[in-house]
Design a protein around this ligand. Structure first.
Ligand code: PLP
Length: 385
């Protein structure tokens, strides 16, 4: 019997650690193990690794190293910015209104809702169009003198749609309101120049771009007023207490630099393969349409609404054929309720159960795409019977 193919198409959920990132991390587990706060040689070496990593991340973001805060994940970075901005405003008596979009990851949406519930903030959740985009004019209308932060994701994890971040940030800037973007899905796929984008804060997560899990970045423009959620020691410019995960941070920084170096070629390569899915699947599987924006979307991201099936059956059938895929956000795929992102885009509950996400990466080949396109049509036909 021929060996079964293994095709991993869930790179928006997570990625493997690259060989270069792993090699950079290894010495920090067992050789350079000092606490970066120590004044002795071992501590100084760890501190050097930490600060070099900070410079590398800052260079990719076109920012200052002192503006880079290392956290434990993308969710923590989102929490730090939203909560920190709300607390800081409360402390200064500066206003009590937040604006987010309806398609934010729960790390932003639920945090904003909690701030509204517990601190009595007013929360505006901006609607999106059928392809998942926010209209900058809607943001303009929603801004108030009381607004203390706008948070809009760079790219959506479920449907891949890109937001017009520079345009949205410009609207917030006209009103002097800080603008945060959850850019967790962006590295390796989109430029991350925070000056060109005109933003004030940004969240990243190492495991989405071939770095390790358990480490993230909150980039905070200097002067942005935030109160730390995690208190204790004075690590990370007093923005985030806790002994630094030096190995993780070095792995994240190495992976980010590598992703940025590979971006032009890898984006072009993956885009061509992805487009074969976007064109091929609706042609081969009747009653199937693309979800999200047809071209203002992440280059490695394909997602579909397949009518008349429950996607769990498709995912199990794909798994039996050696193909790893997902539906909606990996964080909520076990939940039965339709995804809040699809609902916000006007997708009915009946259609949302047929949402399939295929996200490509460095390991994806043309043969993988041929294989998926050969497995899916008969699988869907069988399930529809
Ligand atoms: N924001 C977005 C857009 C995501 O896709 C994810 C993870 O899927 C997160 C935030 C959370 O990141 P982390 O898993 O590092 O907490």
């Amino acid at each position: 019997m021929p060996e079964q193919r293994h095709v991993y198409l869930d790179h928006s959920a997570t990625t493997p650690v690259s060989a270069r990132a792993l090699a950079a991390m290894l010495p920090y587990f067992s050789e350079i193990y000092g606490n970066a706060s120590g004044i002795y040689l071992q501590g100084r070496l760890a501190k050097q690794g930490l600060e070099e990593a900070r410079r590398h991340v800052a260079a990719v973001l076109n920012a200052r190293p002192s503006e880079v805060v290392f956290t434990s994940c993308g969710s923590e970075s989102d929490n730090l910015v939203l909560r920190g901005a709300a607390w800081s405003a409360r402390q200064a008596g500066r206003g009590n209104h937040l604006i987010v979009s309806a398609v934010e990851h729960k790390a932003v949406l639920d945090t904003a809702r909690q701030i509204a519930d517990l601190l009595g903030f007013e929360l505006t959740v901006l609607r999106v169009d059928g392809q998942g985009r926010v209209d900058p004019d809607d943001l303009r209308r929603a801004l108030q003198p009381e607004t203390v932060l706008v948070s809009m994701m760079t790219a959506n994890n479920e449907v891949g749609t890109l937001q017009p971040i520079a345009a949205l940030a410009a609207v917030a800037a006209e009103h002097g309101v800080p603008f945060h973007t959850d850019a967790v899905q962006a590295p390796g796929h989109l430029p991350l120049d925070v000056q060109a984008l005109g933003i004030d804060a940004l969240s990243l997560s190492g495991h989405k771009f071939y770095g390790p899990k358990g480490v993230g970045v909150a980039w905070l423009r200097s002067g942005l007023s935030l109160i730390a959620s995690q208190t204790g020691g004075s690590h990370e410019g007093k923005h985030r207490a806790g002994t630094e995960n030096v190995a993780g941070v070095v792995g994240l920084a190495t992976a980010l630099v590598e992703a940025e170096e590979m971006r032009p070629q890898e984006t072009a390569r993956v885009l061509e393969l992805r487009n074969r899915l976007l064109e091929g699947l609706p042609a081969l599987v009747p009653d199937t349409r693309i979800s999200g924006h047809p071209h203002e979307r992440l280059p490695h991201h394909a997602s579909f609404l397949i009518k008349g099936i429950e996607v769990q059956g498709v995912l199990m059938g794909l798994d039996m054929a050696g193909i790893a895929a997902s539906s909606g956000s990996a964080c909520t795929s076990a939940a039965q309720a339709p995804s809040h992102m699809l609902t916000a885009m006007g997708v009915s509950a009946a259609d949302a159960v047929g949402h399939l996400r295929l996200t490509l990466g460095r390991s994806t080949t043309g043969e993988d795409i041929d294989y998926v396109l050969s497995v899916l049509p008969p699988l869907v036909a069988r399930l529809r019977q």
